[in-house]
Write a protein that binds this ligand. Structure first.
Ligand code: ACO
Length: 324
């Protein structure tokens, strides 16, 4: 049988790092009051990175991709599929994947974006896995890349303290051994309004609000319930149990959502990869960023069983279970 397997990981954070205190000081200049204490207590976030104004998602994706390719020992020309998960693309079109492809020098292979907000990476990985298993690709580059700082309303303290910029990437190759064991994806469009950027481009203008809106409590409540179900469904499909998971690598939105999910899965917190404290919520980039950090810090090792899971605007959610 033909499977797909991750053979290299990479990530990139833009150099400008803002601690909570840095952000508190910047927001104070706008008359917006917040504190390190509030942010840490409610979210677990201590710092985030923001890209410079002239840096786009494809630039962050390029750095992360180069690292992942190097880790896999694969040259850009040998990639035969590029999927970028992003909700902050460089342009309305073409896709960030096409722009990344050209920057990498991997021209010719199919390249497209997947837009599932913070679930984007588990969606993209599932699509790449299906294409590899079907024989449509053999060596895919799957990237999550975001510049959420561009769509934040810095007059809204309930959202602007939560997000950061960054990118993560994996090389996914055809393999005789699994690899990706199972996947479980969902969406429920009736929840569009609880997390959205409602503006759109029309007649040469942006119509509507181009900044992020979120009902934090509604998102919180939905997130813990759906993540638990998706995790269990992915385990069932692979014939595995919670105890078989070596590492849970959740979307890094909020430490309390991660703790809630781990508790429901009866997983001790030392089996959860946490980077939200250092990265904030980087949307589709958060899972591959966390994965790459855990690999480079020696936490995640070859042969271990990983459960990746994401939840985000749409509402979308999903889980991917894999043997690393
Ligand atoms: N600093 C200080 N006070 C604040 C801040 C802030 N940054 N933001 C809100 N507050 C205040 C509120 O005004 C409110 O004050 P009040 O009681 O006087 O009215 C109080 O803090 C409590 O506000 P809540 O919104 O009830 O706070 P909550 O405990 O729900 O925490 C949070 C808010 C952190 C947003 C939480 O709801 C949450 O984490 N939700 C999930 C969000 C999430 O993970 N989103 C990402 C999903 S993934 C994606 O697709 C992008």
């Amino acid at each position: 049988r033909r499977y797909s397997r991750i053979t290299g990981t990479g990530s990139y954070l833009p150099p400008r790092r803002l601690t909570n205190d840095d952000l508190v000081a910047e927001l104070a200049q706008r008359g917006i009051e917040t504190s390190d204490e509030w942010i840490v207590e409610r979210t677990g976030i201590r710092a985030r990175h923001f890209a410079a104004p002239d840096v786009a998602s494809s630039d962050l994706a390029l750095e992360a991709s180069r690292q992942a390719l190097q880790a896999a020992g694969v040259a850009p020309q040998d990639i035969d599929l590029i999927i970028v998960a992003t909700s902050t693309p460089d342009m309305v079109f073409p896709s960030t994947a096409c722009i990344l492809q050209n920057k990498l020098g991997a021209n010719g292979c199919p390249a497209f974006d997947v837009q599932a907000v913070c679930s984007g990476f588990v969606y993209a990985l599932t699509v790449a896995d299906a294409m590899i298993r079907a024989g449509a690709a053999s060596r895919a580059l799957v990237v999550g890349s975001e510049v959420f700082s561009r769509i934040l309303d810095f007059n809204d303290r309930t959202t602007c303290v939560l997000f950061g910029d960054g990118a993560g990437a994996v090389v996914l190759e055809a393999s005789d051994e699994p690899g990706i064991l199972s996947s479980d994806l969902h969406a429920d469009g009736k929840h569009v309004d609880i997390l959205c950027v409602p503006g759109h481009v029309s007649g040469g203008m942006v119509l509507g609000d181009p900044l992020l809106k979120m009902d934090g409590q509604a998102v919180f409540k939905l997130a813990v319930g759906v993540l638990d179900k998706a995790a269990r469904a992915a385990l069932d499909k692979a014939g595995l149990a919670e105890a078989d998971i070596d590492w849970l690598i959740p979307h890094q939105a909020n430490i309390r959502i991660m703790q809630g999910t781990a508790k429901k899965l009866k997983l001790p917190l030392d089996k959860v990869v946490v980077t939200v404290d250092r990265h904030g919520n980087t949307s589709a980039a958060s899972i591959p960023l966390a994965l790459d950090h855990a690999v480079r810090e020696g936490q995640v090792r070859k042969g271990q069983t990983l459960l990746l899971e994401g939840v985000g605007g749409g509402f979308t959610w999903g889980a991917v279970l894999l043997k690393f």
